[in-house]
Design a protein around this ligand. Structure first.
Ligand code: PMT
Length: 419
C-alpha cells in the first residue's frame, strides 16, 4: 500500500491511450491512494466520464463552466487537495499548453493551480514525439521539475513503429510509488545525489571496417539514458558519454557523443577523475578492425578481417579507482549469468555489477524493460521484470544504501566549502 492516503489528481487528455488510464485509476486505488479525474473534451470522445467516475468513486471534472461540477469540486480545490498530479495520456497539444501556461479548460487550469509534483506520461505518434517543437516543450516542463514518464517504443495506434506509446499503467503506478517511497524516507526532499558527480556511459560503439561498413551491437542506449535521467532527478551533476543511438540527448545533461571504443575510452578517461559514481551501461565492442580501409572495400568472394583487442575501459577504471569512487559495471551474459558476472565484479575491481541475460526477449538489448541481478560483495538481488526507468531507480537506491556510498557522501560534505 505504497500510495496509502495519497490523493492523486489524474488529468486525461484525448488520445487512444485513454483506455489505459482506467487501469492507472485501478492501480492507484489498489496501492491505497484515491483519485480525482479531470478530462479534456477530446478525452471524452474516447472514454465516457462515467467509466472513470465508477472506477475512481469520485466525481469527474470536465467543464469549467458547469455550475453543478464547479459547486461540487472546483478546479482550485482539486489542485490544492492533490498530493501529486498525473497527466496520462499527455498529448502533444496538452504538453504544449502546459509548457506555455495556456489555461483554457479544466485540466490546464487545474495544472496551473497545482503546486504538488506533476508527472506527465506522453502518448503520441512517433513523428510527433520526435518533432523539435514537442521536444522543446518537454524540455520546458523538465526545467520546471515536472517528472516525465517516457513513452515506450513499439507498434503505435496509427500503425507505424517507433517511440510514442504511453508507458504501461503498472509502470506509471510504480513510478508514483517509488516517488512517494522516497518522500517517506525523506530522501527526495533533500535530493540525495546533490553535490555528487556521476558519469554514465550508454549505447553501443561502432568499429569501422571501411568507409561504409562497421561492427557494432544492438544496444539502444535506453538503459544508460534512463540511469543518467534518474541521477539528474536525484540531484546529481551528470555527464553522459554515449555511443551512437536513436535517442534524443537528455535535457539538462551534459552529453558527449562518441562512436568507437577508443573514442569512448578517451572521453571516459578525461572525465572520470572528477566523478564519485561511474556507471558503465555501454556495450563496448571488445575488438576493432586493426586497419580500417579508408575507401569502400570492393566486393569479393571472401573478406578477412584482422581484429585487435580494444582497451577494457571498465577494467582501467577499476585499476585506477580511488576510495572516493563507486564503480558500477554491467554484465551482458547469455549463460551462467551469476557466475560470469561475479568474475567481472572481482576482475574489474567493481563495487556493484548489474547482470542481465541478453537472451531473454524482454530484457537486455533494445527493449524498454529489463530483468537484472544486482551483485556486490554482500551477495546478489534478483529484480523482477521492470521498465528500464524503474530498474535505474532500483540500481541507484541500492548504491545509495551502501556503506561505501555513505562514506563518499560524508567525505564530500566534510570537504564542501561552508556557506
Ligand atoms: O542499451 P540498451 O538497448 O538499453 O541495452 C542495455 C544493455 C544490454 C546494453 C545493458 O544492460 C548492458 O548489459 N550493458 C553492458 C554490455 C556489455 O558490454 O557487457 P559486457 O559483459 O561485454 O561488459 C562488461 C562491462 O565492461 C560493461 O560495463 C562494459 O561497459 C564494460 N566494457 C566492456 C568492454 C570494453 N572494452 N570496455 C568496457 O568498459
Amino acid at each position: 500500500m505504497k500510495l496509502k492516503n495519497r490523493k492523486m489528481l489524474l488529468g486525461v487528455s484525448g488520445g487512444i491511450a485513454c483506455y489505459k488510464s482506467l487501469e492507472i485509476v485501478r492501480g492507484i486505488r489498489e496501492a491505497g491512494g484515491s483519485v480525482s479525474v479531470v478530462m479534456t473534451r477530446s478525452a471524452m470522445e474516447f472514454v465516457k466520464p462515467l467509466v472513470f467516475q465508477t472506477l475512481s468513486e469520485n466525481p469527474v471534472a470536465t467543464s469549467l463552466f458547469s455550475l453543478e461540477e464547479e459547486s461540487k469540486i472546483g478546479h482550485i480545490k482539486l489542485s490544492e487537495n492533490a498530493d501529486a498530479m498525473l497527466v496520462a495520456p499527455a498529448t502533444a497539444n496538452i504538453i504544449a499548453k502546459m509548457a506555455h501556461g495556456i489555461a483554457d479548460d479544466y485540466l490546464t487550469t487545474a495544472y496551473l493551480a497545482c503546486s504538488a509534483p506533476v508527472f506527465v506520461a506522453p502518448a503520441m505518434n512517433h513523428h510527433m514525439w520526435d518533432h523539435p517543437a514537442l521536444q522543446d516543450n518537454l524540455a520546458l516542463l523538465v526545467k520546471r521539475n515536472l517528472h516525465i514518464i517516457h513513452p515506450g517504443s513499439g507498434y503505435l495506434a496509427c500503425g507505424s513503429y517507433g517511440t510514442g506509446r504511453m508507458a504501461e499503467p503498472g509502470e506509471i503506478v510504480t513510478v508514483l510509488e517509488d516517488y512517494f517511497d522516497r518522500i517517506t524516507t525523506g530522501e527526495q526532499a533533500e535530493k540525495p545525489l546533490n553535490n555528487i558527480r556521476v558519469l554514465v556511459t550508454a549505447g553501443p560503439t561502432r568499429e569501422r571496417i571501411d568507409a561504409v561498413r562497421f561492427l557494432s551491437n544492438d544496444s539502444s542506449g535506453k538503459m544508460g539514458y534512463a540511469l543518467a535521467e534518474k541521477c539528474r532527478q536525484l540531484g546529481a551533476d551528470v555527464i553522459l558519454i554515449s555511443g551512437p543511438t536513436a535517442l534524443s540527448p537528455p535535457v539538462d545533461i551534459e552529453t558527449i557523443q562518441v562512436k568507437s571504443a577508443l573514442e569512448m575510452y578517451s572521453a571516459v578517461m578525461a572525465n572520470s577523475e572528477q566523478a564519485q559514481v561511474i556507471i558503465k551501461a555501454a556495450a563496448v565492442s571488445d575488438f576493432r578492425v586493426e586497419t580500417p580501409n579508408p575507401q569502400k572495400t570492393k566486393k569479393s568472394e571472401r573478406m578477412t578481417l584482422e581484429l585487435v583487442k580494444n582497451p577494457d575501459i571498465l577494467k582501467t577504471l577499476g585499476d585506477r579507482k580511488t576510495s572516493n569512487q563507486f564503480l558500477v559495471g554491467f554484465a551482458a551474459e547469455s549463460q551462467n549469468v551469476l557466475y560470469y558476472a561475479e568474475q567481472k565484479l572481482k576482475e574489474k575491481n567493481l563495487d556493484l555489477i548489474v547482470a542481465n541475460n541478453i537472451l531473454q526477449k524482454d530484457a537486455g538489448f533494445d527493449v524498454d524493460t529489463n530483468r537484472v541481478l544486482l551483485i556486490d560483495g554482500d551477495g546478489s538481488i534478483d529484480l523482477p521484470l521492470l521498465s528500464k526507468e524503474v530498474v535505474a531507480g532500483r540500481i541507484l537506491d541500492h548504491i545509495m544504501a551502501t556503506d561505501k556510498f555513505r562514506s563518499i557522501m560524508a567525505t564530500k560534505l566534510k570537504n564542501a566549502p561552508s556557506a
